[in-house]
Ligand binder design. Sequence first.
Ligand SMILES: [Zn+2]
Length: 453
Amino acid sequence: MSSDLRDLVDATPWLDTHEHLPEEATRLAPPVEGSGVHPCDDWAYLLWHYALDDLVSAGLGPRDRAVFESPDAGPEEKWDAVAEAYARTRNSTYVRAARDSIRTLFGLDLARDTVAEIDRRMAGLRQPGFYRTVLDVAGVAACQVNSLERTFRETADPESLPQDIGLTDFVRPTPGHLADWEATTGREVGRLADLCQVMGDYFDRFGRSACAVKLGIAYARPLAVSPDPAPVPDAVFRAWIRGEPIRDDDRRAMEDAIIATGLGLAADTGLAVKVHTGLHVGTDRMDLRDVRDNVADVVTLARRFPTPFVLMHIGYPYQGEVIAAAKHQTNIVADLCWAWIIDPVATRDFLRRALTALPASKLLCFGGDYIPVENIVGHAQLARRELTRTLEGLVEDGYLEPAEAADLVPALMHGNAEQVFGPMYPLAATHTPEGLVTSGGTRWSTTRMGGRT
Ligand SMILES: [Zn+2]
């Protein structure tokens, strides 16, 4: 039975609920030194997102880090800069998942004597259409993108890369966001009412093509939102939008009003709200006390705004709260995006508990959460392996019959995502006995991973 289950999981496509991919055109252009999405484009780029956090946590200093991220340093020079830190963290899954992607895509094990050849093979792959090629290798039918380039990114490939509206940008705007909004809506933002109007314009214009709304504000503040925030004078708003210091309670009241407006628009438009909960990316900046309250705060929001709320990243390391919230609250679901590479053993344990405690329809089982598309490959492999192992374990322990375990696979890998992101979901895939057929006619056979025809 177990090889049947493994074959089924390998043959079933993921609907990947969360990535940060820049547009392919951005990747095809030269890297930009210091960029937050594309600072270099070589083997180091494949360890730059997430694995770099573990390298820094293991002692990589700022000077060596700068060499590693540089668009100009050579492959061995980069290797030598991180070799010591790499040796200390080669066991962690951020690093192992990147190595797995490199091995699958380029047929090479990451080492000092292979990095130059990995760079050559990466450049060979990096041609127009390579995003779709990589997603096929990963067995991903489509991935939902939370763009780091624009508040809403109109993509060249909406079928493969449906996009979120980035609500976070409205809560913590930068001069770049203001320029983006003005270019998109023609509106200048001088008062809070203008900002709320811009948000309305975004939902009017992009609400039908967006797959969801993303709220990542837990990186900057607690998620509790007052139902009745104090009004903020225009002068304070103007200081805030210019990035000048204002009182904490004014900031909080203004942010609360903006978040509530965005969530109200999401509910009116019928869009699910994905909320970052749990661990913070990066190093040396997380307030674990705030993180502990994330899930309880989202439950309060989910009662107030009638639309699906997606608890991202299993609220790690407070995943027990996620099970309780998704079990009790009808409009809350749990998303395992990012979690497999943070802590694969805890995530397997979470899935095992969730599949014995929750309606299986409450689980979204994969999102790579990556900027470089290549990294999705290793993460998707890991998630497939652990999903199979979890289902096998539940059969062994008598919680599921083998046929019941097999029946859950399509829902856990793509069906639940289609339900949650609902009629707005542009992929509009339908199931047939032969596999999954998308609106564009793309068909996934059920015979092998990457079996897109
Ligand atoms: Zn993310």
